[in-house]
Write a protein that binds this ligand. Sequence first.
Ligand SMILES: [Zn+2]
Length: 423
Amino acid sequence: MGTLPQTLTRLLDATLPDGTRVDVELAGGLVTAVEPTRPRKPEGPTELDLAGFVLLTAPAEPHAHLDKALSWDLIEPPMGDLEQAIASWRAYSAAMTTESILDRATAAAHLLLRHGTTAVRSHVDLLVGPDPLRGVRALVALRERLRGLVDVQLVALAAPDTPDDVVHAALDLGVDLVGGAPHLAPDPRQDLVRLLRIAVDRGVGTDLHTDESLVGEPTLLPYARAVRDWPAGRLRSAGHCVRQGTLSGPELAETAAALVAGDVGVISLPITNLYLQGREHPVSTPRGLTALRAFLDAGVRVAAGADNVRDPFNPVGRSDALETASLLVTAGHLTFSEAYRAVTDSARAVLGLPAAGARVGARADLLAVRGANLADVVANAPPERRVIRGGVLVARSTAVHELATGPTSAPTSSPTSTPIGRR
Ligand SMILES: [Zn+2]
């Protein structure tokens, strides 16, 4: 095995999700041919043998908080709801330095890449205190550090009390989109209007935390209506949309129609919202997910991500899109194909990235996972993976499994067991 990165020209004997076995030709960062396989050994370091691997579109993470990620063990916060998590985070974040944020964010991004994610959109807090742009500087530096490995988009996460000029300063430093959380404001509509006005003034898109609560007056519908006349290329999306998971059919239909008309993508974040929401209902606990099926049926672009990873907002999480896909199957009742599309094709569309995958003309951002088919891969999240970004092998994970496969001859009190099977 050579060192990474490694430019590739041909993938041999890969299994597509539909079971077809193919050879894939790569050139100029794109997929240039997909043909029935003629199994053979690789002829050099630019050919990669993928026999026994399922070849998938590489995931994109449409909603991360790389500035918060991996802080759980440092903070040791109490478990709790969104309000509790915000309080724990605000107390800790007052003392963070740009360097400490960059260290954690780098580790979090490397975990994502290792598992196959080649594009990430991260929100970044505009912090309280004398230097509110520490997080912004850290994540702008991270974006440079990851150039050629992971496409990074940044969203300025403006709290209701963040002054407008701080949001503008974040955009001046290179942040891509305006973000915020109107549902946390005393007057959510007013905060929504304020954030959209900043985006329009700057000619940039928006990605708002929207209706991250099981109760309250929804802002998703007025958001969708407000951006309907924006230029086609200006990105606009809404994360969480938990409240919509509680709405009645007619209310949902009206919202879904406005989302389609306004071209607003919805980003579901199952692992974090399953953790944060519904704690006031110890039985028949609501799931905290948005109205996935209704939105998909109405033709809304529905993507999914993890949101928080091992921080006060979510103590667990593996930085693996297959974990999100698995939760969409169990908690969201999507099919395997729908779930995987939400973390790949739809996530890339929400980010405004060109289509990727094992199709001629698509970007060669690919994830190969050892397994039999898509269901097997989503269910088991196998560790053996090959991650290809723009036709270049950028991550490779291997695994050794050892297992006792027969009756042991040792006394039952012995802690050792034989024989050992190995593959
Ligand atoms: Zn978030």
